[in-house]
Structure formats: C-alpha cells, structure tokens
Design a protein around this ligand. Sequence first.
Ligand code: ATP
Length: 290
Amino acid sequence: MSELTISSPAKINVCLSVLSRRPDGYHEVEMLMQMVGLYDEVRVALRGTRGISVTCDNSAVPVGEANIAYRAAEAIQSLSGSDAGLSIAITKRIPVAGGLGGGSGNAAAVLVACNKLLKTAFTRVRLAEIGAGLGMDVPFFLHGPTALAQGRGERLTDLPPPDRFWVLLVNPGFEASTAWVYKNLTLGLTNRGDCNKIQRLTVGNAKEVLHNDLEAVTSAEYPVIGRCKKALQSVNARGVLMSGSGPTVFGIFETEDSCRTAADTLSSEGWQLYPAVTLTESPLAQFIES
Ligand code: ATP
C-alpha cells in the first residue's frame, strides 16, 4: 500500500465546561464531543524523496510546517525511523477555525494513515498520546464518535453514540482564535462542570444538556453569533449552541427533512449552512487496531 485516503469528520461540543486554569497554562476542561457528517478529505501518499509536503485546496489553510497535519506526519515519521517521504493533500470542507475541530481531525487522519503506510503498528492509545502532543482535540478523533474529554481534553472516555439526529451547522463566515477566546474567559463565571453527568443525549433532552462556557466570550465579541442562534430557534431547532470556541453555531433537528427545510429557510442570510447527521461510527476506526 502506497497511498490512503481518509474522511476526516467535524466535531461539535455538546457540552463544554472550563473548570480551572492549570499551572502549566492549559485549562482543565470537561467536554462532551460528538462527530458529525461534514468531512474534509485527507490523502496521504508515500513518495521516494525524503521530506513531507502538504497541499490544501483552501488558501486560508497554511501549508508546510504550520499545518498541524504536517506536524502529525513529522511526529510519526521520526518515531518510525523510516526514510520514506510523505505527501499530504487536504480537501477542505469544514470551516477553518470554526470550532469544529477541522485541523485536529486532519492531524488524526494523518497519524492513522502514516501508521498504516509506514507499518508502525501503533495502537489507538499510542496514537492518541502522539496526538495529544499536537493539539488537545486530536485524541478525540482517534476515539469517538462520542466521547467525554477531561483534563486538558486528552483524557477520553468513549460513550455509546446517541441515536442519530441532525444538526444544522451555521458558520457566519469568519475565523475565531481559540487562544484568544480562552485568554478572554473569566473563570469565576463558569462553574457548571456537569458534562460528565450526561447519561445520554437525545433530541428530547438537548435543550437542557447543551452548555458551552466559551459561548459568552465569543458572542460578546461577535454579536452575529447571537443572531445565528436566534435564527436557528426561529426555524424550530430543538436545541441551539455554539461549538467549541466558535464561531460556528449548531441547531438540533430530529430528521434530515426538518434540518434541510431549516437550511432552506435560512439560505438568504449569507451564512454558510451545513446540514449534517451525527455519526454512530468514526470513519477512522476501520484503519486503527485497538
Ligand atoms: P478547535 O475546535 O479544535 O479549536 P477549530 O475548528 O476552531 O479547532 P481549525 O480549523 O482546526 O480550528 O484551525 C485552527 C487554526 O489552525 C487555523 O487558523 C489554521 O490557520 C490552522 N491550521 C493548521 N493546520 C490546519 C488544518 N489542517 N486545517 C485547518 N486549519 C489548520
């Protein structure tokens, strides 16, 4: 095998609580994360000449070393001791810096692909350890499709996926910096460490369990986030929340029809709209030996 193409899904944070600031500068978090069916495509190929190259069809995404997918390839290449070169081609569909974990998912896909192509035979646990060194959302993409993330985000407990439902992802068309959002968070205002108590997410209980401590920070800076939420409520979403550090907002719908009808209704707003189903299996799972 000299080449592998993997679908790299987006995630939403159904619940995100920031518990404390840690002495190492990170935050202690608790997040219930769920993969959804909006995908980038990541193709990794072995090539004769040493080195790593990354290309992407979206010019907003850095190529070369600044790309987290590059760093994933570099990490596994150096652990493998292999001389083989690697070329990575990313087709972007997930909004960049949107709170949907696109880059982290790409990095996980590259780890999984390189593990196969370079025959390193690392287990899921080892890959997730390597992933945590790249970014705190990377380990989730080596687990999933549904998991509770604790610690800095790297301590994962897999949970049974909820019965399928649909989300309408609404991205107002700009990037939000995760580092900026955490820097501007006032911790005293956040004390709802209840993501670990959610037994099972359903369309029926979504309204009560959806929670994101970062939403107030990002939406104070970008009032359009509040407008996206209101718009989703007006088309009868069963629950509405900002994902991660934003700015993407999602609304929950029971059926594909109701989700797509809501997207049609909001199509004149000038936002990017992505109807997506919750995943009951990770597309990376078939490539990982546990
Ligand atoms: P999270 O929800 O994990 O905080 P995000 O969805 O908000 O992530 P990403 O799309 O992963 O954000 O991008 C964050 C930043 O990382 C971007 O501003 C971009 O410059 C940089 N980046 C590096 N590699 C990638 C990649 N493969 N895909 C997207 N962005 C990348």
